[in-house]
Design a binder for this molecule. Structure first.
Ligand SMILES: CC(C)(COP(=O)(O)OP(=O)(O)OC[C@H]1O[C@@H](n2cnc3c(N)ncnc32)[C@H](O)[C@@H]1OP(=O)(O)O)[C@@H](O)C(=O)NCCC(=O)NCCS
Length: 206
């Protein structure tokens, strides 16, 4: 595993990145996917962090991408705590589970630290993110919006980028509005890509 580079995404990458995301997420969490449209929308969102918009390349080929958004924890004491959320992140299908995802993730997190951000929270699999220092957000006293208190929140992860940033914070994390896309808009956008079959598969969560 070598010859890879990680650099900022440019406008010329947009379509290829959306296609990479579509291929990588297709039928993973639901029949088809929405993430290629989500990034399309998020790039124009004021909460989008342009300095943390990365692509990974190997031999001139796009093999991965990751993005971040600014959001808040609505703290129980009434304050808003600035944090980041992340994703979509993906790696090309033929290169999954070879270590590229971890390299891209760790690189992105290092840059987020350099920019002075305090913490990152999002929905994800502890099997992958745990290796890069993420833990359950519940351990930090942070709750996921709209989730009943007794519900399983093990999908909701957190990593402090500044040690102790969440020490005195309890509260509710808000997913940025931009992630909520309309199914009809996704459908329409998806039609601009080559046809792909949507399949209902075991393990999908939606
Ligand atoms: C998730 C994703 C970005 C991970 O990138 P990757 O290059 O495949 O992962 P890595 O090889 O760097 O994984 C490092 C370790 O994390 C763990 N891991 C990776 N993917 C995992 C998964 N889906 N479930 C559980 N553990 C996982 C493994 O322990 C892996 O090491 P191992 O293969 O030696 O056991 C990539 O698989 C992908 O694009 N998936 C589809 C899109 C997606 O789900 N994105 C994330 C949404 S939250």
């Amino acid at each position: 595993m070598n010859n890879y580079t990680i650099r900022k995404e440019t406008k010329d990458d947009y379509r290829a990145v959306e296609n990479l995301i579509r291929e990588s997420f297709w039928n993973v969490y639901r029949p088809g996917c929405t993430e290629h449209y989500v990034i399309h929308v998020l790039r124009n969102d004021p909460a989008f962090v342009k300095e943390l918009d990365f692509v990974m390349e190997q031999d001139g080929r796009l093999i991965g991408q990751n993005i971040f958004m600014k959001t808040i924890i609505s703290a129980d004491n009434g304050r808003d705590i600035d944090v980041l959320t992340m994703g979509p992140i993906c790696i090309a299908n033929d290169l999954k589970r070879k270590g590229y995802g971890k390299i891209l993730l760790d690189h992105s997190l290092e840059k987020a630290v350099e920019l002075g951000f305090g913490a990152v929270l999002f929905e994800g699999n502890i099997g992958f993110y745990g290796k890069s220092g993420f833990d359950y957000a519940s351990k930090f006293g942070i709750r996921y919006h709209d989730l009943p208190e007794d519900a399983d929140s093990s999908f909701f992860l957190c990593k402090e980028l500044i040690r102790g940033y969440l020490d005195d914070v309890t509260g509710v994390y808000k997913t940025p509005q931009g992630y909520y896309v309309d199914d009809a808009d996704v459908e329409k956008f998806d039609k601009s890509f080559p046809p792909k079959e949507k399949l209902k598969l075991p393990g999908q969560i939606f």
